[in-house]
Design a binder for this molecule. Structure first.
Ligand code: SDX
Length: 430
């Protein structure tokens, strides 16, 4: 069969160019537009990259219409039901689920990198006690590059892997340290006898004054949430990490860029925004008023936790988060916000505006209710997302760094500024 192509004709000049179509293993095929500038003197124009594939990747696949999500070919529903988050880290990073021996070794490697350099711990004293934890995380993650000069050669596979291990291991310790600084308590050292998520619960809520027992319900809830947040193909923050990495920046700087990008309420900051919005709505009686605001094109108000660039039916993660929500609330007691969230979902999903625009609850809609039930403050919700997503970010960075024809990312633009003009002398300027 001849090569599949799309022919573009410029009707101003009558010139044609055949652009090759590349099949994907799953999902939409892609058309290679690299020839456009040279052949037709044209750039593609796609604000927000709604119709643009920025790279080839073998890590995660999403099917928007079907609401499917797979990590390295495994459906998320199976992974969430059969694996721990640390197994998912091995899968995303190395391409395969670990066997028993590989899991033992990987767990040991990650566990023995969880401590922070003692000098790094002093950084927290430089922040006001009420600094937003995401502001602290942005700064502290970027500063990790100041401590690990020994293994920062991005062209050395062994350096890349140890950096990945250090980041995955230290993010929970950094997250807990941000929380401890906010509450004025001493930063707690991780323990090597605890699981990944058990250590996060421990370092957040233990104090030097007494023994602290990690609640298995909290540990398991975090583990599931972290699996669901671990990766999501070329979302805004992962694309940021790739773009930063394409310049040759060190991986700690790239992950700090991802943390900064995730903070936005349209992205990872949505889980914090959902809880604030549910509190603002306050009661079921007010739902109609807020749904009307969300539908009003002149009102910038959005229903946080609703909608998604790719999922045009449902976010498979939202279903699993909602199930975990019910389990956690069964243990910790119901939360009126859960009732409110479910009524809001019910009303919105029956409303033509949301149906027509395929706006369904996304991963952020219910996750905050779980974090709140575990005693995690709202300003820490996006920090939790950043901890979980670090393995996805660093796996994409690793994949990009081993891409044979990797080049610096540098989009163009459509210029809308003034025509060329001469500089007037100061005295003549109006
Ligand atoms: C995450 O990309 C990822 O994979 C991200 C993520 C990941 O795991 O990395 O899944 C995590 O970021 C989830 C999304 C969290 N954000 C929110 O919950 C914030 C609220 N949602 C919206 O801001 C919005 O839905 C986005 C940002 C998620 C998606 O925006 P798009 O794809 O650019 O869609 P759009 O803004 O073009 O919306 C299409 C229409 C518009 O209406 P019209 O102009 O066509 O009339 O739907 C409307 C929008 O106004 N719309 C909403 C809405 N989301 C979209 N209207 C009300 N409430 C909303 N939440």
């Amino acid at each position: 069969m001849s090569e599949a192509t799309v022919t573009v004709t410029d009707n101003r000049t009558g010139k044609n160019v055949a652009l090759s179509i590349k099949d994907s293993v799953y999902g939409e095929a892609v058309v290679d537009i690299a020839g456009l500038p040279k052949e037709l003197g044209l750039f593609s124009y796609d604000p927000g990259f709604v119709a643009t594939a920025s790279c080839t990747s073998a890590i995660t696949f999403l099917d928007g219409p079907k609401g499917e999500l797979m990590y390295r070919g495994y459906p998320i529903e199976q992974l969430a039901g059969k694996c721990s988050y640390i197994e998912i880290c091995h899968l995303l990073l190395n391409g395969e689920l670990p066997n028993t021996e590989q899991l033992r070794k990987f767990k040991h490697t990650i566990t023995y990198h969880t401590m922070l350099n003692e000098s790094l711990r002093n950084f927290f004293n430089g922040f006001n006690y009420d600094a937003h934890p995401m502001a602290m995380m942005c700064g502290v993650v970027g500063s990790l590059a100041a401590f690990y000069h020994d293994k920062l050669d991005i062209h050395d596979a062994e350096h890349r892997m140890i950096t990945a291990h250090r980041l995955i291991a230290k993010m929970p310790t950094i997250a807990a340290a941000c929380y401890k600084h906010n509450v004025g308590q001493p930063i707690i050292y991780p323990r090597n006898d605890l699981s990944y998520c058990g250590n996060l619960v421990y370092t957040m809520f233990a104090t030097p004054c007494e023994d602290y027992e990690v609640d298995p319900v909290a540990e398991e809830a975090l583990d599931i949430l972290f699996i669901l947040h671990a990766d999501h193909e070329q979302n805004a923050s992962t694309s940021t990490v790739r773009l930063a990495g394409s310049t040759g920046a060190n991986p700690y700087a790239c992950i700090a860029a991802g943390v900064a990008c995730l903070w936005g309420p349209a992205h990872g900051g949505a889980n914090e925004a959902v809880l604030k919005q549910l509190a603002q709505i306050g009661s079921v009686a007010n739902i109609d008023r807020y749904v009307a605001k969300a539908k009003d094109r002149n009102d910038p108000f959005r229903l946080m936790g609703f909608g998604h660039r790719v999922y045009r039916n449902f976010d498979p993660r939202a279903r699993l988060v909602k199930e975990t929500c019910h389990k956690v609330l069964a243990k910790y007691g119901n939360d009126p916000l859960m009732e409110l969230a479910m009524r809001l979902e019910d009303i919105a999903l029956k409303d033509e505006f949301f149906i027509e625009r395929k706006l369904y609850p996304n991963v952020d809609f219910y996750s905050g209710i779980i974090y709140k039930a575990l005693g995690i403050p709202v300003n820490m919700f996006t920090v939790m997302f950043a901890v979980a997503r670090t393995v996805g970010w660093i796996s994409h960075w690793m994949e990009m760094m081993t891409e044979p024809n990797q080049k610096i990312g540098r989009p163009r633009q459509s210029y809308s500024g003034p025509q060329k003009r001469d500089v007037p002398p100061l005295v003549e300027r109006k």
